[in-house]
Design a protein around this ligand. Structure first.
Ligand code: UD1
Length: 345
């Protein structure tokens, strides 16, 4: 049996890995390395439990630090594992520091590298994720592209993509069925919001965003990323997890988040993953950024770019006349990737 080594470390990677692992484990000897980039129970463990993901063989426990320290620590520890395990292929997901560290280490050891969610571009080099994406794509032998835009981006940079559709759609289809059967987590009408991007969590930027939300007449439910929570606690006095029209929750597991999404009146976010999930759920989205990698979601105003939440939020969420089309494959991305790897390795 060929050996595949998967490196994951941050919340969105656990979600992407869940459907693929279920395919790969029937056909490969699959070994998983968790970098420990995300380590809180609600940012890591809960996803393994809810999505029934096998426990990783290794945990590097790198935790939080500066970009270079986090990336460097992963590389040092991951190199040793790669040299011992000698996999036939390494799989990386998305655009985090765990992705970049996995890519660099694998390429330097001249081992085969496969990138899932390749070809995404914001064309904004101030985002750490953009740097991680460009380098990861450039170093990969197989670039699995979730959309035709991603295919074009790769081609424009002289690379060849393999269109697979988006693996998050596989996860959404499976787990939203479970979420739909559950009772609503929040009884009142609300907009679901999340903010965690590095630039949006600079104190002055986050203040601008939150102040704009506080001015609206809508109610917001905000499962809050630990990075954002630290800054909010500095800026505002939060009582009983409430601030004006915002109710804060702990970071949620995947099924709970889908429950919150499905039962919401729309979403305000800066997360790439949640933008797509909102699209899959046929809900309206406001994206608190200047640009998005998921440009298809912008068609027919299903998703609206609104940096610093400086737009007429109420009127955007009133307009529910949205036409949706699925640009991200058929929900069988994990099968396509598995079949490709079975043929090539
Ligand atoms: C990372 C990814 C981002 C992805 C996000 C998903 C990079 C550069 N960014 O951002 O693309 O959208 O994950 O959540 O890799 N923290 C905790 N507990 C945890 C994890 C983080 O307290 O379990 C805090 C730490 O204080 C840390 C901060 O959050 O300093 C940021 O964590 P980090 O993993 O560096 O980046 P994310 O913002 O999570």
């Amino acid at each position: 049996m060929k050996k595949i080594l998967t490196i994951i470390g941050a919340r969105p990677q656990f979600i992407k890995h869940a459907p693929l692992q279920k395919e790969l484990k029937n056909h490969f000897n699959e070994i998983v390395v968790h970098t420990g980039q995300h380590y809180d129970n609600n940012m890591s463990e809960i996803f393994f439990k809810e999505m029934e993901i096998d426990k990783p063989k290794y945990n590097l426990n790198v935790g939080s630090s500066t970009h270079a320290e986090q990336t460097g620590k992963i590389m040092i520890l991951f190199e040793e594992i790669l040299m011992n395990e000698k996999p036939d292929c390494v799989i990386i997901y998305g655009d985090t520091n765990s992705t970049l560290a996995g890519a660099l280490t694998t390429a330097k050891l001249k081992m085969r590298l496969a990138h899932i969610e390749a070809g995404m571009r914001s064309f904004n080099m101030n985002m750490p994720e953009e740097i991680n994406r460009i380098i990861s794509d450039r170093l990969s032998d197989y670039n699995f592209a979730p959309s035709f835009t991603a295919m074009e981006n790769l081609e424009n940079e002289g690379m060849e993509g393999i269109f697979t559709g988006d693996i998050m759609y596989d996860a959404f289809l499976k787990y939203s069925k479970i979420a739909k059967k559950q009772e609503r987590l929040i009884e009142y009408d609300y907009i679901l919001m999340t903010i965690h991007r590095e630039s949006n969590t600079l104190e002055e930027n986050l203040k601008r965003i939150i102040d704009n939300i506080l001015k609206t007449q809508l109610k917001f439910v905000f499962p809050i990323h630990p990075r954002t929570r630290k800054i909010i606690n500095k800026l505002y006095e939060i009582k009983d997890n409430k601030l004006g029209n915002i109710e804060f929750l702990q970071p949620q597991g995947y099924i709970e988040l889908l429950n919150l999404l499905i039962n919401s009146n729309g979403v305000l976010t800066d997360s790439g993953g949640l933008q797509k999930e909102t699209f899959f759920a046929k809900k309206k989205c406001i994206t608190v950024r200047n640009e998005t990698e998921w440009v298809e979601t912008l068609q027919n105003n299903a998703n609206i770019l609104c940096p610093f939440a400086e737009c007429n939020i109420e009127s955007i969420f009133q307009d529910s006349n949205i036409k949706f089309k699925n640009y991200y494959g058929n929900g069988n991305t994990s099968e396509i990737i598995n079949n490709f790897l079975m043929e090539r390795l």
